[in-house]
Ligand binder design. Structure first.
Ligand SMILES: [Zn+2]
Length: 289
């Protein structure tokens, strides 16, 4: 018999957890570089996790944090290599992942999913002259960059956090950067204005888990590096969340009642559920259409 816990009871703890990690004054203002494996590093701080993949030709960055973090990213990267940045991959449109694109020379190739480019084109941060920092190259399902032990695979499995989420796989190192499709262990942000969907999210995660093989380590969008098995588990969490909401709809509950009475398997009791009510409401709105 599977054990369940009542999700509403944990709201208070979830909120306390978030506050504990972000003391007064907000998140840290200093970037920090950590080695993930061999020639792959993660730069923490200032928004989303930036990956730095050092190739023979130069540095490939995955995501560029908030605006005005370019110099702090490069101060950290220069502690491990003198090579210039040649490529930026933006995992999705959000300003805490694309904000410092403008710091880098226009000659740097920016790559993203085709829907992410369309979403970025709507942002004031990429209007007018700043349109030069939009993606130069786009793809729809899959794109390969580089070759041999420097091969990088960009994969898109469908809508979730947004409609243009990329998972960046470094096959030789068995590492993937998921962007905010998997930001960390908790209820994800569902950005419906940029094509995100709570209904399709679990299916997208399931396809990703099935479609990506040979990876043992994940760089989440925001959380610390962890085993790839946590990404697979995160997919199961979202499937359980959606199933519980669908049941609440069947039972005739309001979105508020649904969240208050939501039961999820015991294995997910450590998940942050700060966005739980918002996600229940998003799923209700989607299913009413
Ligand atoms: Zn995001």
């Amino acid at each position: 018999m599977r054990r369940f816990f009542l999700i509403g009871v944990l709201v208070a703890f979830g909120a306390a957890g978030i506050m504990a990690r972000q003391p007064a004054g907000g998140p840290p203002q200093v970037a920090e570089i950590l080695k993930v494996k061999d020639n792959l590093y993660v730069v923490k701080g200032g928004g989303g996790n930036t990956a730095a993949f050092i190739t023979r030709a130069g540095v490939v960055l995955v995501d560029t944090k908030l605006a005005n973090w370019g110099e702090r990213i490069m101060q950290q990267v220069r502690t491990v290599t003198d090579k210039p940045v040649t490529t930026i991959i933006n995992t999705h449109t959000h300003g805490d992942h694309t904000g410092s694109n403008e710091y880098f020379p226009a000659s740097v190739e920016v790559v993203a999913h085709v829907n992410t480019k369309a979403n970025m084109e709507k942002m004031p941060a990429f209007a007018g002259e700043k349109a030069q920092f939009l993606p130069d190259r786009t793809y729809t399902d899959r794109l390969t960059l580089g070759s041999g032990d420097e091969r990088i695979e960009l994969r898109h499995f469908g809508p979730g956090h947004t409609n243009g989420d990329t998972i960046v796989v470094f096959p030789a190192l068995r590492v993937a950067h998921t962007g905010d499709l998997f930001a960390g262990l908790g209820t994800p942000l569902i950005d419906t204005k940029n094509g995100g969907t709570g209904v399709a999210y679990p299916e997208t995660l399931k396809k990703a888990a099935a479609g990506i093989s040979g990876v043992d380590t994940v760089i989440p969008g925001h959380a610390d590096v962890m085993p790839w098995s946590r990404f697979v588990e995160f997919g199961q969490f979202n499937a359980a969340f959606l199933a519980a909401v669908q049941q609440a709809i069947k039972d005739g509950k309001t979105a508020e009642e649904a969240f208050a009475g939501l039961k999820l398997p015991e294995q997910f009791k450590d998940y942050q559920i700060g966005r739980g009510q918002a996600n229940v409401s998003a799923i209700y709105a989607e299913l009413k259409k």
